[in-house]
Design a protein around this ligand. Sequence first.
Ligand code: FAD
Ligand code: DHB
Length: 388
Amino acid sequence: MRTQVAIIGSGPAGLLLGALLDNAGIDNVILDRVDRQYILSRIRAGVLESGTAAMLDHAGAGARMHQEGLVHDGFSLSFAGRRHRIDLKGLTGKSVMVYGQTELTRDLMDHRERLDGKTIYNAKHVTPYDFDDKPYVTYEKDGATHRIACDFIAGCDGYHGVSRASVEGRGLEHFEKIYPFGWLGVLADVPPVDHELIYANHTRGFALCSQRSLTRSRYYIQVPLEDKVEQWSDQAFWDELRRRLPRDVAEAMITGPSIEKSIAPLRSYVAEPLRFGSLFLVGDAGHIVPPTGAKGLNLAASDVHYLFEGLREFYAEKSNACIKAYSGRALARIWKAERFSWSMTSLTHRFPANGEFDQKVQESELDYLSSSNAARTAMAENYVGLPY
Ligand code: FAD
Ligand code: DHB
C-alpha cells in the first residue's frame, strides 16, 4: 500500500490531522493498535480552548459540539472556604467549550467513516522505518505483515507509543517532572454542582468539580501515588470530595453511582526536537502536562495545526519551509502550556514535602489573584489558550 501521510494513532491528534488532510485532498492512513470501542471507552479531557473547537469546525466535525457542548465564560478557584471567580470572557473576550474528549473522538471517527477514510484498527507491532530517506511503516494484522510506503509519518501515538521510542538515541532530549500525587477521577450521571468548574485548594488536598453535560459530572481529588482505585468506594470518594469544597458547594452536591473511576499520575514531560526527517512527534507522543488547566488535548490540537500547515504547504506549494519549522513552532507553544500547567498544579495542590514557607507562598499567590486584575488576566489568557 502507498499513501502520502501515514498516521500512527487514532486519538484526537491522529484523527484531527487525518480530517484536515482529507479536506485538503492529501491521502492518509491511520493505524491504531486497539479498536474503536476501546479508544472511545477512555475517559480523559473535558475542556476545549476556542482554537481547538475552531479546528474541529475546520475539520468538518464540529456540528454536535455546537449543539451539545457547554460554553463556559469563567471558572472558580476555592481556597480556605472562599471562592474567587476567574471571568474568562470579561478578562480575555474568550470562552472555553466543555465537551468530552470521548465525544470529540467519536465525532471525528464518524466523520472519517462518512468520507471513507482508511483506518486500520488492531494493527499490531506498528513500526516506522527509514524516515531519513524513503519512509515506510510496517504492521501486523490477521497473521500477516503489511507495509505502507509514504512521504511522511505522523507519530500521534501517545506517551507510550512507538514513534518516540523509534527516535531514541538520535539526539532526542527529555525534560521531565514527576509530581508526588495522582488524580482520582469519577464520572457520574448526576447534575453538576455548579454551572462552572471549581478548582479547590484544601488542606486535605486538591479537588476539581468538572462536568460533561447538564446531567453528567466529572469530579477529581488529589490522592497519594500509592493509592489504588479499589481502595476508593463511591461513598468514600463523595465524602472526601465534599470535605475539600466550600460548605455551600458541598451541601448542594448531588451524588450517585460512578460510571467510571480511575487514578492518573501527574507528570510534566517534553521531548525535543519533535521532527526527525519525515517523522513528526505530535500530541502526547511528544509531551505530557499534568491535567490541571486542561491543556493536554488542546496542545495535541495546536501541534496538529502547525504540522498540517507544513504538510499543506509542502503539497500545494512544493516548499518544506513550514515542515522544517514544525518542531520549533510547536515547542514554543508547548513550553508555555507546560509552564501554565505546572504553575496551576503548584498553586492548587498540597505537596507532601512542602513546609510552611511554601504554604505561605501558595496562599499569597491566591491572595494576589483575588486582588489583582493583572494576575487574573494572565491566568485567564493562558486558560483560554494562547494564540497559535
Ligand atoms: P492519545 O489520546 O493517547 O492517542 C494515542 C493513540 O495512539 C491511542 O489511540 C493509542 O491506542 C494509539 N497507540 C499507542 N501506541 C500505539 C502503537 N504502538 N501503535 C499504534 N497505535 C498506538 N487532558 C486534559 O486536558 N484533561 C484531562 O482531564 C485529562 N485526563 C487524562 C487522563 C488520562 C488517564 C490520560 C492518559 C490523559 C489525560 N489527559 C487529559 C490528556 C489528554 O487526554 C491527552 O493529552 C490527549 O489524549 C492527547 O491526544 P493524543 O491523540 O496525542 O494521544
Ligand atoms: C477536566 C480536567 C481538567 O484537567 C481540567 O483542568 C478541567 C476539566 C475534565 O476532565 O473535565
